[in-house]
Design a protein around this ligand. Sequence first.
Ligand SMILES: Nc1nc2c(c(=O)[nH]1)N[C@H]1C(S)=C(S)[C@@H](COP(=O)(O)OP(=O)(O)OC[C@H]3O[C@@H](n4cnc5c(N)ncnc54)[C@H](O)[C@@H]3O)O[C@H]1N2
Ligand code: MOO
Length: 413
Amino acid sequence: MACTLENHRREVSGLLAEKFASLPAQVLPVASAQLLGRITAADLSAALPIPAFTNSQMDGYAARSADLAQASEQHPVSLPLGLTAAAGDPQITLEPGTVSPVMTGAMIPLGADTVIPVEHSVEGAFGTLVRAGEGTPSGKATFTAPGPVGRFIRPAGQDLAAGALVAAAGTRLTPTMIGAMAASGITDVPVVSQPRVLVCTTGNELGDSERSGLGAGQIPDANSPMLAAVLRGYGALVDTERFPDDVSALHDALLKTAADFDLIITVGGISAGAYEVVKDTLAPMGADFHSVAMQPGGPQGLGSIGSTPVLCFPGNPVSSFLSLELFLAPVLRAVAGMPEPLPERAELAQSVASPANKHQVRRAMLQDGKIHVLDPGSHMVHDLARADALVHIPVGTEELAAGSMIEFWRMHV
Ligand SMILES: Nc1nc2c(c(=O)[nH]1)N[C@H]1C(S)=C(S)[C@@H](COP(=O)(O)OP(=O)(O)OC[C@H]3O[C@@H](n4cnc5c(N)ncnc54)[C@H](O)[C@@H]3O)O[C@H]1N2
Ligand code: MOO
């Protein structure tokens, strides 16, 4: 009898629990080239506000708004220049009745509450400027309009307050999040360690499309690039290897390399055929192969080589993708502290049939607010790429009616 999806999921997480719990966390500098795509291992709070201090948005003149309140085309107001503030200078003080030339990013002088862009002054450009310690400024700047309080001033903490959460534990680091962490003064980033995963694709039909080309009856290996990409999205370090239908070659290679990995995934060679290289290799080594009451992804296997767990996924590309998604991804998310994706609801565009005794997982597209279910074939890898949603049809449900409200899970989130 086929095992249930839930039972197989429990078996997989039981097999992986110990190995994955013992993976050490790591701390990387925020500028590390290794940080992109890694998963944060803790909540990270801002050491600095963003902006770090109140500063000028423009190259111009910091002023007291009240000093320019009467300025107009008819009655220009000329004010003597104070000290100049450039980006990177310590804060200066604006003396009453003067204006201080300020550059973009410079600290707003104490006492100033507005900035007039230099091109809005009658002079239109800076003259001779004097910074703190360089002497006494001279000259004037002339204005023909008031400067409203706060204009062209970027307040400290406007974007994020000091101490606020920058990235929650379980955040997959994007280039922009790395930028936000750096801006908020975070220098060291704790990240979940990367499980080392070997993906072994199998079958004489897998040709060397990258170098020698495909022979008659051969196809490109779609599974290793796809599964490796999914795994890397969860922060794993992935190697891939391709094996022909040769039991002794696979046996020797796995024995030799297993200790270098935290997990081995095999793909293909596990169903009812005459040349099931994975089953024939691993069953004598104690792996268990059984059928899960699901479609696609029915044939599944699991075992260990030494202390390295091995998961055996079926070869059809949609089946292997969903095997990873349904059985391994929840473990990877749990290790990384990533939340489980939640379902959304939408109307089903067409009626969908499903075998009563299987949990069916259908690929679907969300269009015009409705779910359009795609072909159920587990070889339809381009349909898989077009899909942006998954629909689960549980055991016991033989049909979902067109127009019914159903749950779906977004893909690629
Ligand atoms: N008599 C039965 N036949 C099959 C059953 C069954 O229960 N009884 N189950 C079917 C189901 S469901 C699936 S899924 C497949 C699983 O078979 P295997 O895991 O043994 O996988 P293979 O036979 O090696 O390959 C299946 C299919 O996928 C293609 N494939 C394999 N690897 C790749 C790859 N890396 N890239 C692209 N395509 C790949 C392969 O050429 C086959 O077409 O068994 C059914 N049969
Ligand atoms: O699962 Mo097979 O996984 O139905 O093609």
